[in-house]
Design a protein around this ligand. Structure first.
Ligand SMILES: Nc1ncnc2c1ncn2[C@@H]1O[C@H](COP(=O)(O)OP(=O)(O)O)[C@@H](O)[C@H]1O
Ligand SMILES: [Mg+2]
Length: 330
């Protein structure tokens, strides 16, 4: 697949404070690429730089083999969809969707027809004459998606588009949006602070921390083989310890007094904070000094009980970065 977007060593400072540093990655044509990282790590700033709403302080941005750094936002074939739908309150749904086409001087009949087709795809044609205040949160986000897609951008940037919606709506909309982007063959860069969303939406993903990418890869590989403890804490599914990473399916919670031999097992002291059900199995929310995980147990545990999170030593993986450092020392 062609590389549609390439960022090389991109950086951004706000009055000398570095916000983005050394960001290098590419997005292939037709690919859905997600960036996941905690609030404040620089995700929105990165998208605003790509859309041309912020100047970058260093590095390069290439779209379709052309440098776009000096282009104005409207000269870039990039559309940014925001966290809040930002629809024009005084315009109807159809007027909102045709707005960008009107600015491109498309004839009225044509733009209404394009917008109606897109509204049909997001299942909102019946609300074409409604005003934004008459729509639910999910409907508003669908309208803003239609408004973005109707412009047929080379690259769609989505800034946490589902974060204002409730959990079940968020999950169903994710699947729908993914399918629509695939059908329309849209290349999309999607940012989120929600690890499940990042894994589900991305063909590949980048883990971002403190203004830089700390790991890029396919979701399964990143989740099961985090490159560092920081990456493991953001995206890993398991126990992120200084010494290495233990996948969740290798961890079991046992009552604190039933400690097996230290030689073969790794232990972390924890406390049961809640009992829940996952995949039809009882699970325990166990907190320990560096975080919390949902663990299974072969005993019935109770809230408040002191437990050990235990795993076979052989199931602990070294972080890729540690292995590299180790190789360099050899
Ligand atoms: N216009 C600005 N001027 C100064 N600092 C900013 C500006 N925009 C964002 N920042 C700072 O940049 C950092 C990253 O913000 P942001 O990109 O919004 O993070 P995220 O989207 O990951 O939550 C934050 O510390 C924020 O305060
Ligand atoms: Mg943000």
């Amino acid at each position: 697949m062609n590389q549609l977007l390439q960022c090389k060593n991109m950086s951004k400072h706000f009055s000398k404070v570095p916000i983005l540093q050394n960001i290098s990655f590419h997005v292939r044509s037709g690919e859905h690429f997600t960036i996941v990282g905690p609030s404040g790590c620089g995700k929105t700033t990165l998208l605003r730089c790509l859309a041309g709403l912020e100047d970058i302080s260093g590095g390069e941005i290439w779209l379709k083999q052309k440098s776009i750094v000096t282009l104005k936002p409207e000269e870039r074939s990039v559309v940014l969809m925001f966290q809040d739908s930002l629809l024009f309150p005084h315009l109807t749904v159809i007027e909102n969707v045709t707005y960008g086409l009107k600015r491109r001087k498309m004839k009225k009949k044509e733009r209404v027809s394009e917008a109606e087709q897109m509204l049909m795809k997001v299942k909102l044609l019946h609300l074409r004459n409604a005003y934004p205040h008459e729509l639910s949160g999910g409907q508003k986000q669908r309208v803003s998606l239609a408004r973005a897609l109707v412009l047929k951008p080379d690259l769609l940037l989505l800034d946490e588009p589902f974060s204002s919606l409730d959990a079940s709506l968020r999950e169903s909309l994710r699947g729908e949006v993914k399918e629509l982007l695939r059908e329309e063959n849209i290349t999309a860069l999607f940012i989120t602070h929600d690890r499940d969303e990042a894994i589900e939406m991305g063909d590949r993903l980048a883990v971002m921390n403190k203004g830089t990418f700390i790991q890029i890869g396919e979701p399964f590989d990143v989740v099961t083989n985090p490159s560092s403890i920081e990456s493991a804490r953001i995206i890993g599914e398991g126990l992120a310890l200084e010494a290495g990473f233990i996948p969740l399916n290798k961890v079991i919670a046992i009552p604190a007094e039933q400690k097996p031999s230290e030689k073969d097992y790794v232990f972390v002291q924890g406390k049961v904070k809640a009992v829940t059900v996952k995949n039809n199995l009882p699970c325990y929310r166990v907190t320990f000094d560096q975080g919390s995980i949902l663990a299974v147990s072969d005993r019935n545990l109770v809230v408040g009980q002191n437990v050990l999170l235990s795993a076979k030593r052989e199931d602990m993986k070294k972080y890729k970065n540690q292995e590299e450092q180790w190789r360099r020392v050899q």
